[in-house]
Design a protein around this ligand. Sequence first.
Ligand SMILES: C[S@@+](CC[C@H](N)C(=O)[O-])C[C@H]1O[C@@H](n2cnc3c(N)ncnc32)[C@H](O)[C@@H]1O
Length: 224
Amino acid sequence: MHSGLHNARYFFTEQNANTYDRIVRYATIGMDMHWKKKIQNKIQGKIVLDLASGTGILSEMIKSNTSGLDVLSLDLSFDYAKISNNRRKIRNVVNANAEMLPFRSRSCDCIVSSYLAKYVDINKVVTEISRVITPNGVVVFHDFSYPKNKVVRFLWKLHFKLLRIAGSIVTSWQHVFLELDQMIENSKWSEELLASLRCHGFVEISSTYFTFGTSKMIVAKKNE
Ligand SMILES: C[S@@+](CC[C@H](N)C(=O)[O-])C[C@H]1O[C@@H](n2cnc3c(N)ncnc32)[C@H](O)[C@@H]1O
């Protein structure tokens, strides 16, 4: 098992699935919704796959804001997928690994993901999305990034110090707040993704930073 998969299983547990929605809102100081709207604006086509859908926040947004779309959701954690089903009534949810997609080739027009990239073997995921996406289909990856600006970096580190204190109160998130900043700092997800997308014949590749470089979105189109 590679370290990303190990981290994902260690981070997202039965004990913290129930509080995820609130934690992601507070921990990102409300930016999560803003970032998810940016993902939503890139959606094209009729069948959308939300990879690492978690508790279903993004899947629900896509479904309720765009009519005539079919949304498929997939997550590694059974407990998170269960919440999306019970709380949000997301019916098309699959409990699976994004590195081995249980979907037919050329079956999805658009594939989105939020906070997945740093947990996966990027090449395996891109190989799979490249198979599953339809020609001219669009993929959108979004995840945290380590800010480049020194002042922002200082504030970002301070923010994680505060999250560690919060973790001593909300103990089901303590292990995440102890390690997440280091993981973001060490992750090469965006460089690896850009290289892999080019290798797999994706075109019109664009990268956009949000909120002072603390998160990043990469969008690409599958060549015909
Ligand atoms: C921070 S949560 C994000 C959930 C959701 N995308 C959101 O934005 O609210 C990360 C999610 O990635 C899922 N995940 C991590 N590695 C995965 C993999 N290899 N395949 C599928 N899901 C994975 C975890 O189970 C977890 O639900």
